[in-house]
Design a protein around this ligand. Structure first.
Ligand code: 13P
Length: 248
């Protein structure tokens, strides 16, 4: 099965209205790469302005609450981000697991909530450095997938992202063999959970992806795109990743 490559940015707690100007060149690069899907997750305050500025690129949220509405001070629902123009959300990012204590069960509930509101979902998984050093990376990722992937997941709305925590923002990446091995294991786990629909689900790699390493990482079997943090903040760094995806 051919899966279109997806290059997704995650601005995390960065950006501003002024920074949205970066999106203009990103849109131009996306237009020049019709075989690649391009998406950018931005802070909640920027979703509306970003979606209005660049209707041609998928703008998303970095998180949503698992409930549709209610007494949850400071939280934002999937319906709210959808209303202002988000077409997708990230859930289960390791920074939310580390900073907010989110679990795989939370990620499952958030993915389901997002899907109820018609959002596409990028669900993150990935081991810590201690887990990898202990030889547990595969088992950790398998368990995260088992607990967080909704039964009705399929490639029409659901994407998985493998982001080893120790590779995020560090400039370090796993070897291509290590990436390929986890992606293959993740695909096999998805197949156990959702059957043939697993073949349509894109699995992104995330963690220190740059314009320099993107082409080789994106050429690995079962790597269907990239989830990019730091290098998504400027067009100068993000566009080469889109171009690399177009060339794979
Ligand atoms: P970096 O690309 O900055 O390592 O971040 C990866 C990430 O966490 C994307 O969600």
């Amino acid at each position: 099965m051919t899966r279109r490559k997806l290059v997704a940015g995650n601005w995390k707690m960065n950006g501003s209205l002024a920074a949205l100007g970066e999106l203009d060149a990103i849109v131009a690069a996306a237009d020049a790469a019709p075989g690649v899907d391009v998406a950018v997750a931005v802070p909640a305050t920027l979703i509306g302005p970003a979606a209005a500025r660049v209707p041609g690129v998928a703008i998303g949220a970095e998180d949503v609450h698992e409930r549709d509405a209610g007494a949850h001070t400071g939280c934002i629902s999937a319906a709210m981000v959808a209303e202002v123009g988000a077409s997708f959300t990230i859930v289960g990012h390791s920074e939310r697991r580390a900073d907010q204590g989110e679990t795989s069960q939370d990620a499952w509930a958030k993915a389901a909530a997002a899907h109820r509101q018609g959002l596409n979902v990028i669900l993150c998984c990935g081991e810590t450095e201690a887990e990898r050093n202990a030889g547990r990376a595969e088992r950790v990722v398998q368990a995260q997938i088992e607990k967080s992937v909704p039964d009705n997941a399929d490639g029409s709305w659901f994407t998985l992202a493998y982001e080893p925590r120790w590779a995020i923002g560090t400039g370090r990446t796993p070897t291509l063999e290590e990436i390929g091995s986890i992606h293959a294991i993740a695909r096999a786990k998805l197949r156990m959970l959702i059957g043939d629909a697993a073949d349509g689900v894109r699995i992104l790699y995330g963690g220190s992806v740059t314009g320099e390493n993107a082409a080789t990482i994106l050429a690995v079997d079962d790597v269907d795109g990239a989830l990019v943090g730091g290098a998504s903040l400027t067009a100068a760094k993000f566009v080469p990743i889109i171009e690399a995806a177009a060339g794979v």
